[in-house]
Design a protein around this ligand. Structure first.
Ligand code: ADP
Length: 734
């Protein structure tokens, strides 16, 4: 002890800490905290902000500073796993790249404060060895169980098959002592050698070995696993995951999937392979499971995570491998709120943490393919279907030459092929990428079209629910009895088809057939998806009619015919990727046919049989199609040969929107290699009562377009009623 030394009344040293809050704030705010707390970057704290006390994360620390009167103090530190450095760097990187305040990215990582709560506890009882009173057989049975594994009173009674009173008696006599235990421990660990191991074909083994070698090399690398549908890409990337889990006892593996519907099938495959269910993460998991998953990921104990794009933002302690299935899929792009492309961010995150990335697809995006062709990504090909299965034969049905009967949507050629498939005891799948019954409801008397009240979109009739629905905003109303314009009763006609209408027609044509509809309206929970997919796989459905959610990943051994009802749907609107997306979706849905040993056939109904995408589908010539797309994009300096960013202005009135656009237009910086078009009224000019305008910026690849956009918008002062959104790498041009 320093008892003999003179005491100084020096103020205690403090740490100066920058705290980032999960709010729309441009940067971390400074606070002070006692040095004795030793707060580290990544620590979760509670700090005063305005009149509130808010959770935030320590972003930087300056140790042992003199206490400053003007700095507020951190109120408390929260006992939760530190947010790892890679997560923090990823947040900063992403915020800059997508031109969004870092606090909003932090919010995507932490989600809400409740994630930080400790695991719930429960009371369990352990045998103490102290026994007073008579040792009855019932008591002995309970004590034997409690001695090997402490359990709750109810569990002890159930396992020993005795009444609760016997357990209570033992507690009262002190033979059982209570203790607190975490309600849910870690998730079961995946076993790289456990579970069901399938023998890979020579081709698959070669691809798997290339991925294993990548994992063994360690560090940042990206591989494109390019294989036709049914070639066994899942089997192959499972081996990459196995190698990672085997080599590094702490490594975490993330598998991103585009749809919850697909998640179920892949989850089951992973569970079988690793004898443990992977940790699931998407919008539909219950709150309790979500908190547990978050905590276990942060603690590094969740080793294998399967999820939707938001799973990329979990606070992984040691993420070493990211697998992105169907990497070309549009659902990796988020447009609402913070807009980002999860595939691109995944590659950036992997680079930050020295992780590997596997991008799997039968129809890779042009972006990824160009990266593979220029050698930035390894290109691993699986060119044949597994086993005896062959790719389906694809035929176009020119609707100008072979039209359906008036008021119908299925051409005679297609219904004939369906009848033949059913007669052979096989299944048919009809693909119609529009929910509901009819996309337009029109008054026969006055021509009035039913539109959403606050949005520039037609209301889609849903017969199933008897409502008119805006697919953009979710607004819905009961279908009126009379035209709201001319008051004519029962004057509505339904124009155009949706899945429900195709179902109606199919039921009329095939009254004996067992028909089901697969769309987000008919099947919502994971369990419902699983049940439908299982009954299709088992042959309990003859004709399945579905939207985009049927296109992906499912293996239906008896399915030999795929009919695309309206192949031109995705070409309308004609944005940058319309052709590419149509090709990807249709080849994916066609690929559902003939997976097992029965040859498959896909019939595609189109009014545009001469379109490049249709010709390529019929010829099965993906690479020629992509080469022509690449040529056109390169000539126009469009992605992946150039960069794009959109600026979307939304205001409650037309004049405010125009005024904001004029201010933005006047502030446009001059920059070499950047062109800016607009403002133009957005194709969806009014959404939820907001008037929308768009600018589009194009830049050469070498230009830092994110910085340009941020520098453009930052100095412009606009009314708080105006919302300006920057969309880097836009996919939607609406
Ligand atoms: P992809 O993802 O390329 O479409 P999958 O990995 O889903 O292909 O495989 C297609 C089907 O073939 C699945 O039913 C899968 O179980 C089966 N399959 C692929 N490879 C093997 C293998 N080596 N052994 C057994 N079944 C396989």
């Amino acid at each position: 002890m320093n008892a003999g030394l003179p005491m100084f009344d020096a103020p205690p040293a403090v740490d100066r800490v920058g705290v980032l809050f999960p709010l729309r704030l441009p940067e971390p705010f400074d606070y002070q905290a006692p040095s004795a707390w030793s707060l580290e970057p990544g620590a979760h704290v509670l700090a005063p902000l305005g009149t509130r006390r808010i959770h935030g994360v320590v972003w930087r620390v300056e140790r042992d500073c003199p206490a400053a009167g003007n700095l507020k103090a951190i109120e408390a530190s929260v006992d939760a796993p530190l947010l790892p450095e890679t997560s923090r760097r990823f947040i900063d990187w992403t915020a800059r790249y997508v031109c969004t305040p870092p606090g909003l990215i932090l919010k995507m990582v932490v989600r809400n404060e409740r994630m930080l709560e400790p695991a719930p506890l429960r009371t369990v009882y352990r045998a103490t060895g102290v026994m007073s009173g008579r040792l009855t057989p019932a008591r002995a049975a309970i004590l034997a169980i409690a001695a090997s594994e402490p359990a709750s009173a109810a569990d002890l009674a159930r396992q020993a098959q005795v009444s609760g009173a016997v357990v209570k008696g033992l507690i009262d006599t002190g033979a059982l002592a209570p203790e607190q235990s975490a309600e849910e421990g870690p998730f079961p660990a995946p076993l790289p050698e456990g579970g069901e191991l399938r023998a890979l074909s020579a081709l698959q083994e070669e691809a798997a070995e290339m991925l294993r070698a990548m994992v063994r090399r360690g560090g940042f690398e990206v591989a494109l696993l390019d294989g036709v549908t049914g070639s066994g890409k899942t089997e192959v990337y499972l081996e990459a995951a196995a190698e990672m889990l085997r080599r590094d006892a702490h490594a975490q593996v993330l598998v991103l999937l585009p749809e919850i519907a697909l998640t179920q099938a892949v989850l089951a495959r992973f569970e079988a392979r690793f004898a443990a269910r992977p940790v699931e993460w998407h919008s539909a998991i219950p709150d309790k499971a979500r908190k547990r998953a978050w905590r276990e990921v942060a603690l590094g104990r969740a080793r294998l995570v399967l999820g939707a794009r938001s799973a990329l933002f979990l606070p992984y302690a040691n993420l070493k491998l990211i697998i992105i299935d169907e990497e070309h899929d549009g659902s990796y792009k988020q447009d609402d709120g913070v807009s980002y492309q999860a595939r691109d961010l995944a590659v950036a995150r992997a680079k930050l943490s020295g992780a590997g990335v596997v991008l799997a697809s039968a129809t890779p995006s042009l972006e990824t393919l160009v990266n593979a062709q220029t050698g930035r990504y390894a290109h691993i090909k699986l060119l044949a279907r597994h086993g005896a299965a062959v790719l389906p034969q694809v035929e176009l049905i020119d609707l100008k030459l072979d039209p359906p009967e008036k008021g119908r949507w299925l051409s005679p050629k297609l219904t004939q092929a369906m009848a033949e498939a059913l007669a052979r005891g096989e299944q048919a799948l009809l693909y119609m990428n529009r929910r509901g019954y009819a996309p337009l409801t029109l008054c026969r008397a006055c021509g009035h079209r039913m539109k959403a009240p606050d949005t520039d979109s037609w209301l889609v009739e849903h017969k199933f629910s008897g409502r008119l629905v805006c697919h953009l905003t979710g607004f819905s109303m009961a279908k009126p009895k009379a035209c709201p314009e001319c008051l004519a009763p029962d004057s509505f006609v339904s124009i155009g088809p949706g899945v429900e209408r195709v179902e109606e027609e199919t039921r009329e044509m095939f009254p004996q057939a067992r028909i089901s509809v697969f769309s987000s309206d008919t099947v919502q929970s994971g369990a419902e998806v699983r049940a439908l997919v299982e009954s299709m796989a088992a042959g309990a459905i003859d004709i399945l009619i579905g939207t985009q959610i049927v296109a992906k990943g499912h293996n239906f051994p008896l399915l030999t015919l795929v009919g695309v009802v309206d192949a031109d749907l995705g070409l309308k609107g004609g944005d940058l990727r319309a052709g590419e997306r149509t090709y990807q979706l249709l080849s994916q849905v066609a690929g559902r046919a003939g997976r097992a040993d029965r040859p498959g056939r896909a019939l595609i109904q189109t009014y545009a049989p001469e379109h490049d995408a249709m010709l390529a589908l019929a010829a099965g010539d993906r690479d020629a199609f992509l080469a022509s797309e690449a040529f056109a994009r390169e000539a126009a300096g469009m992605p992946p040969y150039g960069r794009l960013a959109a600026l979307i202005v939304q205001a409650p009135s037309q004049s405010l929107a125009d005024f904001a656009c004029a201010a933005l237009g006047a502030a446009l910086p001059n920059a070499e290699g950047v062109e800016v078009w607009g403002p133009a009224p957005a194709p969806l000019t009014i959404v939820r009562g907001q008037h929308r305008r768009r600018f589009l910026a194009r830049a050469n690849r070498g230009v830092d377009l994110s910085s340009f956009m941020a520098a453009w918008v930052r100095p412009v002062k606009l009314s708080s009623a105006v919302r300006v959104q920057i969309d880097i790498d836009p996919y939607s041009f609406l």
